[in-house]
Design a protein around this ligand. Structure first.
Ligand code: PEP
Ligand code: MG
Length: 601
């Protein structure tokens, strides 16, 4: 396979739905990451993509690759069509019409047939074949007298762009060369895309798809990027460079705001900054309730970059280091050495505070390209081969990670955490793998901590919570993952905006499972931490403390607000309120009891 040239593909520059008035257009969605960002739009589905061009040796393989990209594109458009049905009738009709045209094109139009022909006859790689076919069709359209038909080239461009993106997995380089403060607008933003966002350059983002607690959201919060997800009909209305306001507190997006609108949002943004600066003064104040109960506040890290933020807010350790960052945006797996260096830097960076490193938790909404060959498509990925299940199936993955963690443990306190554990036998199998790695490292005289790192488990399925008393006998600590626990308990996908209203961590079933887990840990005498997103929301702090938690881990930007809440709380009052709450059967009543209690202080 030899690269000949790179074709620069200009992907659509004119949106399909032209509006006569394009000023101060307001949209609403799920405000998932607080803060206000104002800046020029970078529309992910538009802009320049470098398309490699080369001669393929295996034509059938290339045809199959193209077919896969076309099928994936169809799935994406179908998803957008479902989403469009939530718009107002006229907008839904217009968007539907457009997406229907895209679907037809993807199912076998001149574009698709032309690409296949070029792959066969010219042995051209699929991306370049799409580009070549698009150029030819565009030329033919430009000569048309009928202006309506000529305008249809825009659809062909959009479909071609989608195909090229899906063929090139173009996310990798998506955010280089942006104007600082740019707002990313996209149909869907994956956790891997978010990992590429430098908060010094990206101001915030908004997308059509995505739920309240998916990993994109979690990363946005960690990076302090204002974000609104699930905004229907946005992508087609925004042109690159349009001024955008993203209000991640209220879930509002404004396209081309008027001066008065900008001034209003700037005033609110300034007030938020002021409040943040006040909270920063709490950095070295211990997190102690009014009645002297000391609470441990740690940070969740998605990316090593956030280490500085964790220290800035005075975190007393890393309660959850999601090791997935090492696997994102790459085609190869990270080596033991690479992982060791990453863990060691974080352990050393926390200067004596413990760092809890979780083994790989990919699958479901967290997909890593580098694991492609190990994860086959599943109709139900959240229930499929993810997290510890994958690590136990592909032992090399697990052993490499354990070796890197054990080596890093020589440089500071490191704890190992296992995601999505359901049974003691899974812990036992990890322990066996760990014993094997320890023997190998000992033979090689590699330094490790003594005693060896503590081995803990996530409690994030209803099964694990209900069996917490027996699981406690096989591990050193629990970490409650309320993000997945809520999803699995209520059977509501945390990443699907269509069921976001059903995803409710205050549901009595979820609260009971948290309580069962805390009590099981307490009876067994092992520490219990909570590292789901609930931990970072000051609205829930009193309830969690009332349920017996004393150890919370959250995104760094949330820590000062949670600490402030703790400083104003009495543990006895919180426990009494939690008792009342646990008697309720309705999450609406529970929410009111929480809000009333919070309002008292
Ligand atoms: C959780 O499920 O609550 C959790 C902390 O893990 P993650 O969000 O990474 O799935
Ligand atoms: Mg989880």
């Amino acid at each position: 396979m030899k690269t000949k040239t790179k074709r620069e593909a200009r992907i659509p520059s004119v949106p399909s739905l032209a509006l006569s008035v394009r000023e101060d257009l307001k949209y609403s969605g799920l405000g998932v990451s607080a803060g206000i960002a104002i800046g020029p739009a970078h529309v992910m589905e538009q802009g320049l993509i470098d398309v490699p061009e080369y001669i393929v040796t295996d034509v059938e393989e290339e045809l199959a690759r193209f077919d896969k990209a076309a099928k994936f594109s169809i799935k994406q458009v179908e998803k957008l069509r479902v989403k469009a049905s939530t718009l107002s009738e006229a907008a839904a009709e217009e968007l539907n019409y457009l997406l229907e045209a895209h679907l037809q094109m993807l199912a076998g139009s001149r574009l698709v047939r032309g690409v296949e022909k070029r792959i066969r006859s010219e042995k051209l790689n699929a991306e370049a074949a799409v580009q070549a076919e698009l150029s030819e069709i565009a030329h033919a359209f430009s000569e048309m007298e009928d202006s309506y038909l000529a305008s249809k080239i825009q659809d062909v461009r959009e479909v071609s762009a989608r195909l090229v993106r899906n063929l090139t997995k173009a996310g990798y380089q998506a955010f280089s060369g942006l104007v600082p403060g740019s707002i990313i607008i996209a149909e869907e933003i994956t956790p891997a895309d978010t990992a590429l966002m430098d908060p010094n350059i990206v101001g915030g983002f908004a997308s059509a798809l995505g739920g309240a607690e998916d990993h994109t959201t979690i990363m946005a919060r960690s990076l302090g990027l204002p974000a609104v997800l699930g905004v229907s009909g946005l992508v087609n209305q925004v042109r690159p460079g349009d001024m955008i306001v993203v209000d991640g507190v209220r879930g509002t997006v404004v396209v081309n705001p008027t001066e008065a609108t900008i001034a209003r949002f700037e005033r609110r943004r300034e007030a938020l900054f002021r409040r943040q600066r006040q909270l920063e003064r709490l950095r070295s104040v211990p997190a102690t309730t009014r009645d002297d109960m000391r609470i441990l506040l740690q940070c969740n890290l998605e990316l090593p970059y956030e280490l500085a933020l964790a220290r800035q807010v005075g975190a007393e350790g890393v309660g959850l280091l999601r090791s997935e960052f090492l696997y994102m945006n790459r085609d190869t797996l990270p080596s033991e050495d690479e992982q060791f260096v990453a863990f060691k830097e974080i352990v050393e960076g926390m200067e004596g505070h413990p760092v809890t490193v979780r083994t790989l938790d990919v699958g479901s909404d967290k997909l890593a390209y580098s694991l492609g060959e190990h994860i086959s498509p599943s109709t139900n990925p959240a229930l499929g081969l993810r997290a510890i299940r994958l690590s136990l199936k592909v032992r090399k993955l697990l052993e490499t990670q354990l070796a890197a963690m054990l080596r890093a443990s020589a440089h500071g306190e490191l704890r190992i955490l296992l995601p999505m554990i359901n049974s003691a036998s899974e812990i036992k199998r990890v322990q066996e793998a760990m014993d094997k790695v320890v023997r190998r490292l000992t033979r090689k005289r590699v330094a490790m901590s003594n005693p060896l790192p503590k081995l803990g488990i996530m409690i994030e399925t209803p099964g694990a919570a209900l069996a917490a008393d027996s699981l406690a006998k096989s591990c050193d600590y629990f970490s409650i993952g309320t993000n997945d626990l809520t999803m699995y308990t209520l059977a509501a996908d945390r990443g699907d905006e269509q069921v976001a209203h059903l995803y409710d961590p205050l549901h009595p079933a979820v609260l009971r499972l948290i309580k069962i887990s805390v009590e099981a840990g307490r009876s067994a005498g092992i520490p219990v931490n909570l590292c789901g997103e609930m931990a970072g929301d000051p609205r829930f702090t009193a309830l969690l403390l009332g349920l017996g938690l004393r150890d919370l881990s959250m995104a760094a930007p949330n820590l000062p607000r949670v600490k402030q809440r703790i400083l104003g709380l009495g543990i006895n009052d919180a426990e009494k309120r939690a008792e009342q709450i646990m008697e309720q059967t309705d999450s609406g009543v529970i929410a009111t009891l929480i809000d009333d209690f919070n309002a008292l202080d």
